[in-house]
Design a protein around this ligand. Structure first.
Ligand code: MG
Length: 263
């Protein structure tokens, strides 16, 4: 009799405890609470090497022609030199800077360049070119990531290779010797503007020079000016521009240029 009573008491106490346990269970965080299943990131095929274009890239230069490019001055066909799978700057009169036909907002860009082995000159006049992340018009300076021979070549650090010109020196100097191919991988977040032309969000750049981080989410203060303080000027989408610098050193070459639009 006493045992039966004990069983009854035990059962009763269990009945009162179970809902309490269930409630506790419901409140306890579960691993799946923080799992996100949708949207599923699109599947793309990575390139065979880290520099080869993935399947969703827009090819800007694949070694064959400069059809994706026009003169930045008058939008006539680009007149640089294509041969042996590379694109070489033309310093001929009238060739000038070239820019993409297509306009971009935010993107990931891969570009390879080679300073000639026999490069001459010094400072800013030694293999100077540039990747303009947004070419906002012939009258504008735009936003330049500097291309220069920075292997044993002293210049102002915010103007050396992989700098955001006159705004941000690279975190390290990862330049290769003249004659060797080098690469930039750049993530560009374009500035956005309010209807009145004021800055809504500034531009940011993250970049790798020869695979090494050189710009880490750097916030630009405006266009990269040769003279004066940077300022923003409203634009929407813009081409990517390559510079034919007026220095007297031997012209450099580009190859394997591709971009992935991020907007
Ligand atoms: Mg330059």
């Amino acid at each position: 009799m006493k045992t039966q009573l004990l069983h009854l008491v035990a059962a009763a106490s269990l009945i009162s405890v179970v809902p309490c346990l269930l409630a506790q269970d419901a409140a306890k965080p579960k691993p799946e609470d923080t799992e996100v299943w949708k949207p599923v990131p699109p599947i793309i095929t990575p390139g065979a090497t880290n520099s080869a274009p993935p399947s969703d890239a827009i090819i800007l230069f694949d070694g064959k022609n400069q059809d994706a490019w026009v003169s930045a001055q008058d939008h006539s066909p680009a007149q640089w030199v294509v041969g042996d799978g590379i694109l070489t700057v033309s310093k001929a009169r009238g060739a000038g800077n070239i820019e993409t036909k297509e306009k971009f907002k935010d993107y990931q860009l891969h570009v390879e360049f080679r300073i000639p082995e026999n490069i001459t000159g010094s400072g800013q006049a030694r293999g100077n070119s540039g990747v303009f992340l947004a070419s906002t018009g012939p009258g504008d300076d735009g936003y330049e990531m500097q291309v220069l021979d920075s292997y044993n070549n002293t210049t102002y650090v915010n103007g050396q290779a992989a700098s955001i010109y006159k705004q941000s020196p690279p975190l390290v100097n990862s330049a290769r010797k003249p004659g060797e191919w080098q690469s930039y991988d750049i993530i560009w977040t374009a500035p956005t503007f309010n209807a009145d032309g004021s800055v809504k969000t500034p531009a940011f750049v993250t970049a790798f020079d020869n695979g090494v981080l050189v710009q880490n989410h750097f916030q630009l203060t405006g266009q990269t000016l040769y003279v004066g303080k940077p300022f923003y000027k409203a634009y929407d989408r813009a081409p990517i521009k390559l510079q034919a610098h007026g220095d007297k050193s031997e012209p450099l070459s580009f190859r394997n240029i591709w971009v992935r639009a991020l907007d």
